[in-house]
Structures are given as structure tokens and as C-alpha cells.
Write a protein that binds this ligand. Structure first.
Ligand SMILES: NC(=O)c1ccc[n+]([C@@H]2O[C@H](COP(=O)([O-])OP(=O)(O)OC[C@H]3O[C@@H](n4cnc5c(N)ncnc54)[C@H](OP(=O)(O)O)[C@@H]3O)[C@@H](O)[C@H]2O)c1
Length: 332
């Protein structure tokens, strides 16, 4: 299972809007075939079942899709080794040894949306040693070094949706695309969304032009009436303050199959996320620079009157990336 997990994880940057998996066909104690689902589990299981013979052991983090149960019966494997529970509908497979729940926690991390019924929500922020994300004039690009920026591209690559706020679009005019240098990965279709209640994003924004659009469409989600003649603008449900409801963003992208959402935004949207209870992971890059006390803060939050009111997270990893430090924090 560890090998199947590694293979599935290695395909994570191709498979961003469907559950990820790999299937091993084991015969006489040896892995004879290995199939990675680059577009979801159907392909990997289909190939494995086509190549498997009676009595083989099939190992996979995810069970076969229901549409392939008949093929499983026809093959008659000797054993099914699965990372999750055996699905209903495959009971009574005579002569098949079933071992379910192997490395269950790691298998669940591979496909968070399968386990928790919604995508994994990750926020990436870059800050200076004094906790600032931008200069007072709004300039923030390239706080961190090239290694950290390349690392961010890997975070983008594994995400099925890249989301930002209109504040960042107006300040930085970002491309919001994936630039790992591997054309196969960079051109995988990912949803790119700007949260922009009043549709302030100019039609001339770089992310709405070619070559950005060659990577897939960009949608502007707002709560006002969407302007006519701007097909990229969609009216979506509002939160109590009239801004785009984060619950809707997560639910809608989950409905589209997204496994992981990456938010890259300024302090306003970052604060909303932190308070929403929907943030699973925060990745912070700390650059060894000072931007000064007039620079912009990391997150906009209400004014707390006691330290125990302040939201916290659990540090799960801290690592040097080039000249910067990367912290990974998760929900407590
Ligand atoms: N260092 C970093 O990691 C980093 C990353 C990105 C940006 N930045 C910097 O951040 C600055 C921009 O910050 P910002 O706070 O203005 O931009 P932002 O967080 O990217 O966007 C905020 C805007 O998003 C809209 N929005 C829609 N729904 C929202 C919701 N539910 N909650 C919060 N906002 C929602 C709001 O505008 P409407 O009310 O009009 O919808 C809000 O003003 C720039 O200087 C940029 O360079 C830094």
C-alpha cells in the first residue's frame, strides 16, 4: 500500500479534480503492473482489471468504482487490499480475501474530499520577519526568494482551484496560473476564481487575457447582479456582510470534483477564511526581510480583548526553502 500511495501521490499534480489513486496488480508476491489514475480512479482500475488474472492481489488506496464491480467479479482476484472501507455492493465475493483500511489515514489525506465531503482548503501567505505581506503602497510581489516561489508553484499544481480576492487582482494584476516548467502539469485544467462582490475586476486584467486563458477559464464570483456581456462574471450567494459566502465557494468547487483549493489572497480574504472554520491548512513563507510597521498585516481580524479569543493553528512542519522558511499549520 505504501508503494500504491507514493504512486498516487506522484500523480497528484495531474489529477486535481477527481479522486486520486493507483492500483497495483500483485502476482506471486511481485508487483506485475502499476496504474496511476491521472484523471480519476476509473482509468486506473479499468487498466488494472484488464491486466489482472484470477487469484491476483489488487492493492489500491481507493476501492473500484461501482461501475466496475462486475469486472472485479469476472476477474476473480485472490485478494483486495484497500486503503478505505470495502464498498457496499461488493459483498459476497467468494474466495476473495478482503483487507480494508490499510494505511487508512494516509489514504484519506490523498483524497480529502472523499473523506470529509468537501475539498481541502489551503491558504498560502508570504510575509516578512515582522509579519508584513506588502509595503504600505501595496507592493508585495517577490517578497520571498526563487526557491520559495517555485515551491508555491507546486502547491498551485496540486490544487484543482486557485482562488484570490479582488484586492489582490487590483493591486498585483496576477496571472494566477501554474508555472512549474512542465507543460503537461501547467496545462491541466484548474478552476481559477476571483471573489469580487461588486465585479470591480477590470476586463483588462492580465488573468482574463491570453496566454492566461489558455490554461483554462477564469470566473469572477460576485454578489451583485453580474454585468451583461461579461460571461466570466457569475452572481453567487452572499455572506451576512454581502460578500461572497466562503461556504458556497468550497461547496461549489467540491461539486466540480476539486480535491484541494488554494487561496492566495490579501489580508481581507485571509481573515475571512481564518474565521470561517473552513481553513484546513495554512502555508506561510517567511522571508528574512523587514517591511516595516507601515507595511500591510497578514490577516484582517476583529479586535480581540483577550488572547484566548484569538484563533490559533497547530504547527505540523517547519522547513527552510532556499533563503526563506516555510511553516505548515493545520486546524487545531
Ligand atoms: N504576501 C502575500 O502572500 C500576498 C498574497 C496576495 C496578495 N497580497 C497583497 O495583499 C494586498 C491586497 O489585500 P486585500 O486584503 O485588499 O485583498 P484580497 O484579500 O485578495 O481581496 C479582498 C477583497 O475580496 C473581496 N471579497 C469577496 N468576498 C470576500 C469575503 N468573503 N471575505 C473577504 N473578502 C472578500 C472583497 O472585495 P469586495 O467587497 O469588493 O468583494 C475584499 O475587499 C495587496 O497589496 C497584495 O499585494 C499579499
Amino acid at each position: 500500500m505504501a508503494r500504491a500511495l507514493r504512486s498516487a501521490e506522484a500523480g497528484a499534480e495531474w489529477c486535481v479534480a477527481a479522486p486520486r489513486t493507483a492500483v497495483l496488480v500483485v502476482r506471486d508476491g511481485e508487483v506485475r503492473f502499476e496504474f496511476v489514475g491521472r484523471a480519476g480512479p476509473e482509468g486506473a482500475w479499468e487498466q488494472a482489471l484488464r491486466n489482472a488474472g484470477a487469484g491476483d492481489t489488487l492493492v489500491s488506496p481507493l476501492p473500484p468504482p461501482a461501475s466496475q464491480f462486475d469486472q472485479v467479479r469476472a476477474v476473480g482476484p485472490g485478494a483486495l487490499v484497500l486503503g478505505s472501507a470495502m464498498p457496499g455492493g461488493l459483498e459476497g465475493l467468494e474466495g476473495v480475501e478482503v483487507r480494508a483500511g490499510i494505511l487508512e489515514a494516509s489514504c484519506a489525506e490523498l483524497n480529502p474530499a472523499v473523506l470529509c465531503g468537501r475539498p481541502w482548503v489551503r491558504l498560502k501567505l508570504a510575509m516578512s520577519l515582522d509579519g508584513r505581506t506588502a509595503l504600505s503602497n501595496g507592493a508585495s510581489q517577490w517578497i520571498t526568494g526563487s526557491d520559495a516561489r517555485a515551491d508555491v508553484q507546486r502547491l498551485r499544481a496540486r490544487s484543482g482551484a486557485l482562488v484570490t480576492g479582488v484586492g489582490t487582482v487590483l493591486a498585483d494584476d496576477p496571472r494566477l496560473n501554474v508555472r512549474t516548467g512542465d507543460a503537461g502539469i501547467d496545462t491541466v485544467r484548474r478552476w481559477r476564481v476571483v471573489l469580487d462582490s461588486a465585479f470591480r475586476t477590470p476586463a483588462s486584467a492580465v488573468l482574463l487575457q491570453e496566454p492566461s486563458l489558455a490554461c483554462g477559464p477564469v470566473e469572477i464570483w460576485g454578489t451583485a447582479e453580474a454585468p451583461a456581456q461579461r460571461g466570466e462574471c457569475l452572481e453567487v450567494p452572499a455572506d451576512p456582510e454581502g460578500r461572497v459566502a466562503i461556504e458556497h465557494v468550497v461547496r461549489e468547487l467540491g461539486r466540480r470534483g476539486v480535491q484541494e483549493i488554494l487561496f492566495e489572497c490579501g489580508a481581507a480574504l485571509a481573515g475571512t477564511l481564518l474565521e470561517s472554520g473552513l481553513l484546513d491548512e495554512l502555508v506561510v513563507y517567511i522571508a528574512p526581510k523587514f517591511l516595516g510597521h507601515r507595511g500591510r498585516g497578514l490577516v484582517e481580524l476583529p479586535e480581540y480583548t483577550a488572547v484566548d479569543q484569538a484563533p490559533g493553528m497547530r504547527l505540523v512542519q517547519s522547513r527552510q526553502i532556499g533563503e526563506d522558511v516555510r511553516l505548515i499549520l493545520r486546524n487545531v
